[in-house]
Design a protein around this ligand. Structure first.
Ligand SMILES: [Zn+2]
Ligand SMILES: [Zn+2]
Length: 392
């Protein structure tokens, strides 16, 4: 055995190996901890599930119950004082650089008890993984030294930094702070970049908060979720079974009746629907109205385009003032604003019973059709025509 370990790799081989190793860790976190354990969005073959659990213990010293509980709590309390890692509440610096410490703090017995149900409690969990949380990474250091010699040290350091920085810091920090939004979900979750390669698809965090039980995180044609790619590969080999893939809504020309299927199709397609509302209803009305008002008020109408459909809780104080001004100013715009909010209630108010949602949607369409606003009438007719197509 040389100074450079049993494998004696070149620099490029070492870099490639490190990237592969960290990718396996990321895939374990996103598929096993996140999509399987926390959200129950994918079933895994016991052998694969255990491989992931072992790998996470070996390379990160994360405990399944702790991670699962903290993550479920994050979804239940997003962007409030109770959220274990909200950059909106705790500040972006803290979440970005001290992500792992925030997990340590959050893992209280009450949190584990309340949010940690349905996590492994078998012999190896009770005797090895949980009581000897840091043994894995110590073994890893030795294995690295054996395989890679002195290079094993920096490879180990990279492995140790990867999850705290990329997963805890970048997703929980940047994914709730910067980036773009497909959906107006009721918190500040954002998609970081459309290509989910480095962090296993977790980059698409706004999509995830909008559909937390979906095993697939990409939503638009240009978004790619590599975690979903791996789930499909495992599925091909009979090792994984994704659950809760949402049926896609489609429009059936001439369909007029509003039923449960219409409500579900609309909720599943809410991104397209809110975009259509903005483009086909709001924008033409705002354009027409803008030409009727005094010149100094026109910039207000331009800004209102986005603000009117934005989730209330994330509107900044300055934007709030612009919005209030135009809503007070223009009754027609206020009406469209209220209609947008009402529509979003359909999928945001989880307390509504299915039949109440059907009634609410029907009422929404009737009012829209009687509003005398041509664009709104046409939009309501489009809503009525939605139905479900089973997911492929
Ligand atoms: Zn989040
Ligand atoms: Zn989640």
């Amino acid at each position: 055995m040389s100074f450079y370990g049993l494998l004696d790799l070149s620099v490029w081989q070492l870099i490639l190996t490190t990237l592969v190793l960290t990718h396996v860790t990321i895939v374990s976190v996103t598929i096993y901890l996140h999509r399987h354990s926390a959200h129950n969005a994918v079933e895994l073959h016991p052998a694969l599930a255990h491989f992931f659990r072992f790998w996470i213990w070996l390379t990160t010293s994360i405990n399944t119950k702790e991670w699962t509980a903290i993550h479920r709590k994050h979804h239940a309390t997003t962007e409030t004082e109770d959220d274990p890692h909200s950059p909106v509440v705790k500040g972006i610096r803290k979440v970005l650089w001290e992500g792992a410490e925030l997990y340590e703090e959050a893992a209280t017995p009450e949190t584990l008890e309340r949010f940690g149900k349905r996590t492994p409690e078998d012999w190896v969990e009770r005797k090895v993984y949980t009581p000897h949380k840091h043994l894995g990474i110590a073994i890893l250091a030795v294995v690295n030294l054996l395989l890679f010699g002195v290079h094993g040290i920096w490879i180990w350091a990279v492995q140790m930094m990867w999850i705290p920085l990329l997963a805890a810091g970048v997703i929980n920090g940047i994914g709730h702070f910067w980036g773009y939004r497909n959906f107006e979900c009721a918190d500040n979750a954002r998609n970081i970049v459309p290509l989910g390669l480095l962090i296993g698809g977790e980059e698409l965090h706004n999509n995830h908060h909008s559909f937390p039980h979906s095993p697939k995180l990409s939503r638009r044609w240009y978004e790619f979720d590599i975690g979903w790619f791996w789930i499909r590969v495992f599925q091909f080999f009979g090792l994984a079974r994704p659950k809760g893939v949402r049926a896609i809504g489609l429009r059936i020309p001439g369909k007029r009746e509003v039923d449960l299927e219409t409500v579900q199709a609309i909720a599943n397609n809410r991104m397209q629907i809110m975009r259509a509302y903005r483009k086909d209803v709001l924008e033409p009305v705002l354009r027409e109205q803008k030409n009727r008002v005094a010149r100094e008020l026109r910039p207000l109408y331009r800004r209102a385009r986005k603000l009117i459909v934005r989730e209330e809780t994330i509107i900044r104080p300055k934007e709030r003032r612009s919005l209030d001004q135009i809503l007070e100013e223009n009754e027609l715009v206020r009406h469209l604003h209220d209609k947008a909010q009402e529509l979003q209630q359909l999928w945001q108010r989880t307390s509504l019973r299915p039949q109440e949602k059907v009634q609410a949607l029907l009422e929404w369409c009737r009012q829209a059709e009687a509003s005398g606003i041509k664009y709104l009438e046409e939009f309501a007719a489009d809503l009525r025509s939605y139905a479900l197509r089973p997911a492929s």
